[in-house]
Design a protein around this ligand. Structure first.
Ligand code: MSP
Length: 521
């Protein structure tokens, strides 16, 4: 029996459940959703994981200050905030891992015991600063007048007997890895930062804590719990069966998914993912992920948006006004992935109106209105416009290579350029003028077919980004009946001209991007 082909496996960070999600968390998760939807449309088998990071001092303190048991706090937040938010944003994750689940805790313990047996773990004393916001042991360079540079809050001094992981032993192997595989850490600025960090010397890592008990017990020393990051990083592998015997369900899943192809993270947690995590895997003799991509921060007032600084914006604050698909579109369109970007209501309103409502939505509604008026609501005979078809071929190639390389902005730009071009074609051909003389019927039908066929392609190209709106559009041009489900359309087929069958019945649907109500922003 041949083993099934390896899946394209993508992960997002697992988010702390000390609070509800804000648009920074949604930014990463939407990016992961768009990329995995794109790969699915490339016909690949895909596995998309997200989840929640539930142990550690930060979550414990929040639960305590709300007078709730930590497990109850986590259950409540996961069920009432995290999962519903991802559902609301149309995130099609295949699995959702919680670090308090037995499947995770058991595999973490087994992994750690394995590392100990192989001599990678030893006991020692940790003394130094710790930021609860980051859940991180800090180096002097990470602090500014005794405060964490990220959270701007004083760190606490820790002095404990702990278990240590021989992280420093893996520095040469890590440096070699990034030299041999520059694509393993992107963008380049992130890779350079990681290499400089590794070259600057790395200390062994304390991987247990003894002063509180909200965590996974160290299997051979149950007075200690496993350091929350050591526990959390393992989620990417425990969720797909880490350490399970070949032939078991977990073992099969692991063979099919591991190593992860793309791990999305914000740049705040790059070092954990590009230094500690691959070293843990190397220690266990496991392959390391193909790529960790560190995207930039959403800024508010020039600073990283965060709940702890009370600058967190809930996704629903934006979707209530602009809708889910505009939310999914906006951040990937407006900010180069890998660069920080400021969120502004003005910019979002401007793009919504010019790109989504005018360029895309109006094109679709004009076409449907004209097919109804001039063709009895039926797509006319298949026609072929050489220039539009050539532009579409180039668009699909550019969009595919950009999006596959996580250049979402470049990919979306090329699609929207094609949309502009189709608008230009309609204006130039002026079907409403042709319609005045029945002698032009053939020419009119050609223009309308070419426009409809372009919209067919646009719907498929934009589907991973705006799944709900493009689905409505797909139905409006009658494609659902004749071509099947939009999500089954392959990227490699998009540029094949002439697919929308003549005779498809168009249906006037809801306006795709309604005018924004005049609202004081
Ligand atoms: N629990 C850890 C991650 C463990 S992964 C093994 C954690 N959680 S978090 O809730 O703080 O989420 C951090 C991630 O959320 C960032 O890496 C990033 O993906 C996203 N973002 C949080 N705030 C953000 C912005 N202001 N801007 C962009 N992304 C942001 O760290």
């Amino acid at each position: 029996m041949s083993s099934p082909k390896k899946s394209f496996y993508l992960t997002t960070p697992i988010y702390y459940v000390n609070d509800a999600p804000h648009i920074g968390h949604a930014y990463t998760t939407v990016a992961g959703d768009v990329l995995t939807r794109w790969h699915r449309q490339k016909g690949e088998s895909v596995w998309f994981l997200t989840g929640t990071d539930e142990h550690g001092q930060k979550v414990l303190n929040t639960a305590n200050s709300n007078n709730v048991k930590p497990q109850d706090w986590c259950d409540r937040l996961v069920e009432s905030a995290w999962k519903p938010t991802w559902q609301h944003l149309n995130i099609a994750n295949d699995d959702f891992i919680r670090t308090t689940e037995p499947r995770h805790m058991e595999r973490v313990q087994r992994f750690l015991s394995g590392l100990k047996d192989q001599g990678h773990i030893y006991s020692g004393k940790y003394e130094g600063p710790y930021c609860i916001g980051c859940e991180e042991f800090k180096l002097p360079g990470d602090l500014d007048e005794g405060k964490c540079k990220i959270h701007g809050r004083p760190v606490e001094m820790v002095s404990e007997e702990n278990w240590f992981f021989r992280l420093s032993a893996f520095v040469p192997q890590l440096l070699q890895h990034y030299k041999d595989h520059p694509e393993a850490c992107e963008p380049t600025s992130a890779r350079n930062e990681v290499i400089a960090f590794l070259e600057g010397g790395v200390q062994d890592l304390s991987i247990s804590r003894s002063t509180f008990d909200w965590g996974i017990p160290v299997p051979w020393d149950t007075k200690q719990v496993i350091y929350v990051w050591f526990d959390a990083l393992l989620n990417y592998a425990t969720a797909v069966g880490l350490g399970d015997a070949p032939g078991t369900e977990g073992g099969e899943k692991f063979a099919q998914t591991w190593p992860a192809d793309v791990q999305l993270v914000g740049k705040d947690i790059l070092r954990f993912h590009a230094v500690i995590w691959p070293a843990m895997l190397m220690a266990a003799g496991l392959p390391v992920p193909g790529k960790v991509f560190a995207h930039g921060w959403l800024l508010v007032g020039g600073e990283k948006m965060s709940k702890s600084k009370l600058t967190g914006i809930a996704p629903s604050d934006i979707t209530d006004h602009f809708g889910v698909d505009a939310f999914r579109y906006y951040f990937l369109r407006a900010i180069p992935f890998g660069t920080d970007g400021s969120f502004s209501w003005e910019d979002m309103s401007a793009r919504y109106t010019s790109e989504l409502a005018n360029d895309f939505g109006n094109l679709a509604s004009r076409l449907i209105a004209m097919i109804e008026k001039y063709c009895d609501g039926v797509i006319p005979a298949v026609a072929h416009d050489e220039a539009l078809s050539a532009a579409l071929i180039a668009t699909v190639a550019t969009a595919d290579s950009a999006i596959s390389a996580l250049d979402f902005q470049g990919g979306i730009n090329s699609i929207m350029e094609f949309c502009k071009r189709v608008n230009g074609y309609v204006t130039e051909q002026a079907p409403w003028v042709l319609a005045k003389d029945p002698a032009n019927k053939i020419a009119l039908d050609k223009v309308l077919y070419n426009t409809a066929e372009s919209i067919r392609a646009l719907a498929v190209l934009l589907h991973p980004i705006m799944p709900a709106t493009t689905q409505i559009l797909w139905q409006s041009i009658g494609a659902n009946e004749t071509m099947g489900d939009i999500s089954k359309q392959k990227v490699s087929d998009i540029a094949k001209w002439g697919q929308l069958p003549a005779g498809s019945k168009v249906i006037k649907g809801a306006v795709l991007f309604p005018r924004l109500e005049e609202k004081v922003l």
